[in-house]
Write a protein that binds this ligand. Structure first.
Ligand SMILES: [Mn+2]
Length: 277
């Protein structure tokens, strides 16, 4: 009985990996910081009480080697593949690290689930020309160019500062993307499209870069991009997405604990996390 109970808890995987050419230093300590902040959240927004951390999540950690990106990427790919193949009935949550963690995890997700799809909430497109070991600014392009992920199965919301090359790439690959401006001008239409998208795919991965939110609410990030969503708007969008049963795995990344002030960003990420119980 006890064992069954354990299986039924959402799996929470710490991934303390950074590959941001030094600019994301501070993100590697965030998985521990976020987990340690769970006791500050007494209930989620459905007023479901948050019990002891180890009673609500089945916590795992992927061992990474921040001085060796290629070894780390391989370890994250292999470990997440193992976790996906356990076929948990609950959602699987990964805590970064910077956004580079999403390259090996989404690659593993796509190799474990047929016709998988990806929803990405991010201020940046992360579609710069990838290096051998894709950084947090390149992971999505690497995923499309180096793996079998279908670019038409990608849905991005929140873009507000991207390079010309990235825009060309998004258009050329026919990736569905919406800017922060689009979101505010056509929120209902985008949410309807999102709903349709989520109905179409049985296995969806959600990646949340915390810079979707305005830096006023999130001082603990590596690149500040003004005029983002408020924390309320971001959480409400997140709640709408995770309520869909086709969302099988989620990552929350780019919380930079070194730049944080009064634990604000960490606590916000923890609040997002607690919506998943
Ligand atoms: Mn990103």
């Amino acid at each position: 009985m006890k064992k069954l109970n354990k299986i039924n808890r959402p799996v929470l995987v710490k991934v303390p990996f950074i590959n941001g050419l030094g600019k994301t230093k501070g993100c590697e300590i965030s998985p521990d910081k976020i987990v340690n902040t769970i006791p500050e959240i007494w209930c989620n927004e459905s007023l479901k009480p948050i019990k002891k951390t180890e009673e609500i999540f089945n916590i795992k950690k992927i061992n990474v080697f921040n001085e060796n990106a290629s070894k780390s990427i391989e370890a994250i790919f292999n470990e997440s593949k193992k976790i996906f193949s356990e076929k948990s009935k609950q959602k699987i949550i990964f805590l970064g690290g910077d956004h580079s963690i999403s390259f090996p995890i989404t690659n593993a997700f796509n190799s474990c689930f047929k016709n998988s799809a990806f929803i990405i909430l991010d201020a940046h497109a992360d579609c710069m020309k990838p290096m051998q070991e894709p950084t947090h600014e390149e992971w999505l392009r690497a995923l499309i160019e180096k793996t079998k992920v279908n670019p038409r199965n990608i849905f991005i919301i929140g873009l507000r500062n991207i390079y010309k090359d990235e825009l060309c790439f998004l258009k050329q690959k026919k990736i569905k993307y919406f800017t922060t401006k689009d979101f505010f001008e056509n929120r209902n239409k985008i949410e309807k499209e999102l709903k349709k998208f989520m109905k179409k795919f049985k296995n969806i991965y959600l990646s949340l870069d915390i810079d979707l939110i305005d830096p006023v609410f999130t001082p603990g990030i590596s690149y500040e991009e003004p005029c983002g969503l408020t924390s309320r708007e971001g959480l409400s969008l997140f709640q709408k997405i995770i309520s869909n049963k086709n969302i099988k795995a989620i990552d929350i990344n780019e919380v930079n604990s070194f730049n944080d002030s009064k634990n604000k960003t960490t606590k916000l990420a923890t609040k997002f996390l607690c919506e998943l119980i």
